[in-house]
Design a protein around this ligand. Structure first.
Ligand SMILES: Nc1ncnc2c1ncn2[C@@H]1O[C@H](COP(=O)(O)OP(=O)(O)OP(=O)(O)O)[C@@H](O)[C@H]1O
Ligand SMILES: [Mg+2]
Length: 254
Protein backbone atom coordinates (compact mmCIF):
# COMPACT_ATOMS: atom_id res chain seq x y z
CA UNK A 1 0.00 0.00 0.00
CA UNK A 2 1.10 3.57 -0.73
CA UNK A 3 0.29 6.77 1.10
CA UNK A 4 0.33 10.38 -0.03
CA UNK A 5 0.47 12.55 3.05
CA UNK A 6 0.01 16.30 3.14
CA UNK A 7 0.73 17.86 6.52
CA UNK A 8 0.00 21.41 7.63
CA UNK A 9 0.87 22.73 4.18
CA UNK A 10 1.32 26.48 3.80
CA UNK A 11 1.80 27.86 0.30
CA UNK A 12 2.39 31.40 -0.91
CA UNK A 13 2.57 33.01 -4.30
CA UNK A 14 4.52 36.06 -5.32
CA UNK A 15 2.26 38.97 -6.23
CA UNK A 16 2.95 42.60 -7.14
CA UNK A 17 2.31 43.48 -3.51
CA UNK A 18 4.64 40.84 -2.15
CA UNK A 19 3.97 37.25 -1.11
CA UNK A 20 0.37 36.18 -0.56
CA UNK A 21 -0.50 33.08 1.45
CA UNK A 22 -3.03 30.90 -0.41
CA UNK A 23 -2.87 27.59 1.49
CA UNK A 24 -3.06 28.08 5.22
CA UNK A 25 -2.38 24.72 6.77
CA UNK A 26 -3.78 21.86 4.67
CA UNK A 27 -3.60 18.32 6.00
CA UNK A 28 -4.83 15.34 3.96
CA UNK A 29 -3.88 11.67 3.79
CA UNK A 30 -4.71 9.62 0.70
CA UNK A 31 -4.09 5.90 0.65
CA UNK A 32 -3.91 3.53 -2.29
CA UNK A 33 -7.34 2.84 -3.74
CA UNK A 34 -9.05 5.73 -1.97
CA UNK A 35 -10.94 8.55 -3.64
CA UNK A 36 -11.04 11.90 -1.90
CA UNK A 37 -13.29 14.54 -3.40
CA UNK A 38 -12.34 18.16 -2.76
CA UNK A 39 -15.08 20.72 -3.13
CA UNK A 40 -15.11 24.38 -2.22
CA UNK A 41 -15.85 27.87 -3.45
CA UNK A 42 -13.97 29.57 -6.28
CA UNK A 43 -10.62 30.90 -5.17
CA UNK A 44 -10.39 28.72 -2.06
CA UNK A 45 -7.05 27.22 -3.16
CA UNK A 46 -7.99 23.87 -4.69
CA UNK A 47 -5.96 24.33 -7.87
CA UNK A 48 -3.13 25.75 -5.79
CA UNK A 49 -3.02 22.51 -3.84
CA UNK A 50 -3.05 20.49 -7.08
CA UNK A 51 -0.26 22.56 -8.63
CA UNK A 52 1.82 22.39 -5.46
CA UNK A 53 1.60 18.60 -5.39
CA UNK A 54 2.67 18.54 -9.05
CA UNK A 55 5.59 20.89 -8.36
CA UNK A 56 4.61 24.04 -10.23
CA UNK A 57 7.45 26.52 -9.62
CA UNK A 58 5.10 29.42 -9.01
CA UNK A 59 3.98 28.08 -5.64
CA UNK A 60 6.28 28.45 -2.67
CA UNK A 61 5.84 26.06 0.20
CA UNK A 62 6.60 28.11 3.32
CA UNK A 63 5.97 25.29 5.79
CA UNK A 64 4.48 21.84 6.11
CA UNK A 65 5.20 18.72 4.09
CA UNK A 66 4.10 16.43 1.28
CA UNK A 67 5.39 12.88 1.42
CA UNK A 68 4.83 9.78 -0.71
CA UNK A 69 5.49 6.65 1.33
CA UNK A 70 7.65 8.76 3.59
CA UNK A 71 9.71 10.26 0.74
CA UNK A 72 9.83 14.04 0.65
CA UNK A 73 7.90 15.05 -2.47
CA UNK A 74 8.83 18.72 -2.09
CA UNK A 75 12.49 17.82 -2.59
CA UNK A 76 11.69 16.22 -5.95
CA UNK A 77 11.62 18.14 -9.21
CA UNK A 78 8.60 17.82 -11.51
CA UNK A 79 10.01 14.84 -13.42
CA UNK A 80 10.94 12.99 -10.25
CA UNK A 81 7.40 13.44 -8.96
CA UNK A 82 6.01 11.89 -12.12
CA UNK A 83 8.46 9.01 -11.83
CA UNK A 84 7.48 8.54 -8.18
CA UNK A 85 3.91 7.99 -9.38
CA UNK A 86 2.17 11.37 -9.11
CA UNK A 87 -0.11 12.59 -11.86
CA UNK A 88 -1.93 15.89 -12.28
CA UNK A 89 -4.79 16.49 -14.69
CA UNK A 90 -4.91 20.25 -14.89
CA UNK A 91 -8.00 22.45 -14.75
CA UNK A 92 -6.73 24.18 -17.91
CA UNK A 93 -4.56 21.72 -19.87
CA UNK A 94 -1.80 23.46 -21.85
CA UNK A 95 -1.29 23.32 -25.59
CA UNK A 96 2.05 22.02 -26.85
CA UNK A 97 2.43 23.30 -30.41
CA UNK A 98 4.69 21.25 -32.67
CA UNK A 99 4.44 18.08 -30.57
CA UNK A 100 2.07 15.37 -31.75
CA UNK A 101 0.04 13.36 -29.27
CA UNK A 102 1.81 10.17 -30.37
CA UNK A 103 5.25 11.63 -29.70
CA UNK A 104 4.22 13.26 -26.47
CA UNK A 105 2.64 10.13 -24.99
CA UNK A 106 5.59 7.93 -25.89
CA UNK A 107 8.20 10.44 -24.66
CA UNK A 108 6.33 11.00 -21.40
CA UNK A 109 5.81 7.28 -20.84
CA UNK A 110 9.52 6.66 -21.41
CA UNK A 111 10.48 9.43 -18.98
CA UNK A 112 8.08 8.16 -16.30
CA UNK A 113 9.04 4.49 -16.55
CA UNK A 114 12.76 5.12 -17.11
CA UNK A 115 12.65 2.93 -20.24
CA UNK A 116 10.89 3.04 -23.58
CA UNK A 117 7.68 1.02 -23.71
CA UNK A 118 7.83 -2.03 -25.96
CA UNK A 119 6.75 -0.82 -29.39
CA UNK A 120 4.40 -3.68 -30.06
CA UNK A 121 2.40 -3.38 -26.84
CA UNK A 122 2.56 0.38 -26.70
CA UNK A 123 0.79 1.10 -29.98
CA UNK A 124 -1.88 -1.40 -28.99
CA UNK A 125 -2.27 0.15 -25.53
CA UNK A 126 -2.60 3.65 -26.98
CA UNK A 127 -5.11 2.49 -29.55
CA UNK A 128 -7.32 0.65 -27.10
CA UNK A 129 -7.16 3.44 -24.48
CA UNK A 130 -8.21 5.93 -27.15
CA UNK A 131 -11.06 3.68 -28.21
CA UNK A 132 -12.23 3.26 -24.62
CA UNK A 133 -12.27 7.03 -24.18
CA UNK A 134 -13.96 7.53 -27.54
CA UNK A 135 -11.12 9.67 -28.85
CA UNK A 136 -11.00 9.75 -32.65
CA UNK A 137 -7.81 8.02 -33.95
CA UNK A 138 -6.86 11.13 -35.93
CA UNK A 139 -6.08 12.86 -32.64
CA UNK A 140 -2.89 10.78 -32.49
CA UNK A 141 -1.39 12.98 -35.22
CA UNK A 142 -2.60 16.29 -33.86
CA UNK A 143 -0.47 18.56 -31.71
CA UNK A 144 -1.10 18.17 -27.97
CA UNK A 145 -4.26 20.07 -27.01
CA UNK A 146 -3.84 22.50 -29.91
CA UNK A 147 -7.31 23.56 -30.97
CA UNK A 148 -8.88 20.79 -28.87
CA UNK A 149 -12.27 21.63 -27.44
CA UNK A 150 -12.58 21.87 -23.66
CA UNK A 151 -14.04 18.39 -23.40
CA UNK A 152 -11.47 16.90 -25.79
CA UNK A 153 -8.65 18.24 -23.61
CA UNK A 154 -10.17 16.57 -20.56
CA UNK A 155 -10.45 13.22 -22.34
CA UNK A 156 -6.82 13.45 -23.35
CA UNK A 157 -5.85 14.04 -19.70
CA UNK A 158 -7.57 10.79 -18.79
CA UNK A 159 -5.90 9.06 -21.73
CA UNK A 160 -2.58 9.97 -20.11
CA UNK A 161 -3.83 8.71 -16.77
CA UNK A 162 -4.67 5.33 -18.28
CA UNK A 163 -1.34 5.01 -20.08
CA UNK A 164 1.00 6.36 -17.40
CA UNK A 165 -0.53 4.32 -14.56
CA UNK A 166 0.28 6.65 -11.65
CA UNK A 167 -0.02 5.69 -7.99
CA UNK A 168 -1.82 8.90 -7.17
CA UNK A 169 -3.79 11.20 -9.44
CA UNK A 170 -4.95 14.72 -8.78
CA UNK A 171 -7.85 15.52 -11.09
CA UNK A 172 -8.60 19.24 -11.13
CA UNK A 173 -12.13 19.79 -12.43
CA UNK A 174 -11.81 17.01 -14.96
CA UNK A 175 -15.62 17.03 -15.15
CA UNK A 176 -16.00 20.72 -16.00
CA UNK A 177 -17.24 21.31 -19.52
CA UNK A 178 -17.99 17.67 -20.29
CA UNK A 179 -21.22 16.66 -21.98
CA UNK A 180 -23.21 13.86 -20.34
CA UNK A 181 -21.73 11.10 -22.47
CA UNK A 182 -18.18 12.39 -22.08
CA UNK A 183 -18.64 12.60 -18.31
CA UNK A 184 -19.51 8.92 -18.23
CA UNK A 185 -16.67 7.93 -20.56
CA UNK A 186 -14.11 9.94 -18.60
CA UNK A 187 -15.39 8.62 -15.26
CA UNK A 188 -15.12 5.06 -16.51
CA UNK A 189 -11.51 5.80 -17.48
CA UNK A 190 -10.74 6.98 -13.96
CA UNK A 191 -12.48 3.96 -12.46
CA UNK A 192 -10.49 1.62 -14.71
CA UNK A 193 -7.24 3.23 -13.59
CA UNK A 194 -8.31 2.82 -9.98
CA UNK A 195 -9.19 -0.83 -10.40
CA UNK A 196 -6.13 -1.76 -12.44
CA UNK A 197 -3.50 0.13 -10.47
CA UNK A 198 -5.15 0.62 -7.08
CA UNK A 199 -4.70 4.31 -7.76
CA UNK A 200 -5.43 6.84 -5.05
CA UNK A 201 -7.36 9.87 -6.30
CA UNK A 202 -7.82 13.47 -5.28
CA UNK A 203 -10.82 14.61 -7.25
CA UNK A 204 -11.43 18.35 -7.30
CA UNK A 205 -14.93 19.20 -8.43
CA UNK A 206 -17.78 21.68 -8.13
CA UNK A 207 -20.48 19.17 -8.95
CA UNK A 208 -21.91 16.02 -7.38
CA UNK A 209 -22.73 14.81 -10.91
CA UNK A 210 -19.31 13.16 -11.35
CA UNK A 211 -19.51 11.64 -7.87
CA UNK A 212 -22.35 9.44 -9.08
CA UNK A 213 -19.84 7.74 -11.37
CA UNK A 214 -16.67 8.04 -9.31
CA UNK A 215 -17.64 7.17 -5.75
CA UNK A 216 -15.68 9.15 -3.18
CA UNK A 217 -14.68 7.57 0.11
CA UNK A 218 -14.23 11.01 1.63
CA UNK A 219 -15.37 14.52 0.81
CA UNK A 220 -13.41 17.56 1.98
CA UNK A 221 -14.61 21.15 1.93
CA UNK A 222 -11.94 23.66 1.07
CA UNK A 223 -12.51 27.17 2.37
CA UNK A 224 -9.96 29.98 2.37
CA UNK A 225 -6.93 27.73 1.96
CA UNK A 226 -7.91 25.17 4.55
CA UNK A 227 -9.94 22.00 4.90
CA UNK A 228 -12.96 23.37 6.72
CA UNK A 229 -14.80 20.07 7.03
CA UNK A 230 -14.39 16.43 6.05
CA UNK A 231 -17.03 13.74 5.78
CA UNK A 232 -18.38 10.90 3.71
CA UNK A 233 -20.19 11.05 0.34
CA UNK A 234 -23.30 12.51 2.01
CA UNK A 235 -21.37 15.75 2.60
CA UNK A 236 -21.30 16.35 -1.17
CA UNK A 237 -25.09 16.22 -1.37
CA UNK A 238 -25.38 18.58 1.54
CA UNK A 239 -23.03 21.06 -0.17
CA UNK A 240 -25.01 20.83 -3.38
CA UNK A 241 -28.20 21.66 -1.51
CA UNK A 242 -26.89 24.28 0.88
CA UNK A 243 -23.90 25.81 -0.90
CA UNK A 244 -21.03 27.19 1.15
CA UNK A 245 -22.95 29.82 3.10
CA UNK A 246 -22.37 28.28 6.49
CA UNK A 247 -18.62 28.30 5.86
CA UNK A 248 -18.59 31.85 4.56
CA UNK A 249 -20.22 33.23 7.70
CA UNK A 250 -17.63 31.36 9.73
CA UNK A 251 -14.74 33.03 7.92
CA UNK A 252 -16.31 36.46 7.44
CA UNK A 253 -15.64 37.57 10.98
CA UNK A 254 -12.14 36.07 11.11
N1 LIG B 1 -0.89 36.41 -8.95
C1 LIG B 1 -1.86 36.39 -8.04
N2 LIG B 1 -2.14 37.49 -7.30
C2 LIG B 1 -3.11 37.47 -6.37
N3 LIG B 1 -3.87 36.38 -6.09
C3 LIG B 1 -3.64 35.26 -6.79
C4 LIG B 1 -2.63 35.18 -7.80
N4 LIG B 1 -2.64 33.93 -8.31
C5 LIG B 1 -3.61 33.25 -7.64
N5 LIG B 1 -4.20 34.05 -6.74
C6 LIG B 1 -5.33 33.71 -5.87
O1 LIG B 1 -5.18 32.48 -5.24
C7 LIG B 1 -6.48 32.02 -4.84
C8 LIG B 1 -6.60 30.53 -5.04
O2 LIG B 1 -6.70 30.22 -6.41
P1 LIG B 1 -7.01 28.72 -6.92
O3 LIG B 1 -6.88 28.72 -8.39
O4 LIG B 1 -6.19 27.77 -6.14
O5 LIG B 1 -8.55 28.56 -6.50
P2 LIG B 1 -9.56 27.36 -6.79
O6 LIG B 1 -10.07 26.90 -5.47
O7 LIG B 1 -8.93 26.37 -7.68
O8 LIG B 1 -10.76 28.10 -7.56
P3 LIG B 1 -11.74 27.61 -8.76
O9 LIG B 1 -12.82 26.80 -8.09
O10 LIG B 1 -12.28 28.86 -9.32
O11 LIG B 1 -10.93 26.81 -9.74
C9 LIG B 1 -7.47 32.86 -5.65
O12 LIG B 1 -8.11 33.76 -4.79
C10 LIG B 1 -6.61 33.57 -6.66
O13 LIG B 1 -7.12 34.82 -7.02
MG1 LIG C 1 -9.30 25.69 -9.57
Amino acid sequence: MSTLEIKDLHVSIETENGPKEILKGVSLTVNTGETHAIMGPNGSGKSTLAATIAGHPRYEVTSGSITLDGEDVLEMDVDERARAGLFLAMQYPVEIPGVTMTNFLRTAKTAIDGEAPSLRHWSKDVKSAMEALKINPEFANRNVNEGFSGGEKKRVEILQLELFKPKFAVLDETDSGLDVDALRVVSEGVNRAQEQNQMGTLLITHYTRILRYIKPDYVHVFVDGQVAESGGPELADRLENEGYVRFETATAGA
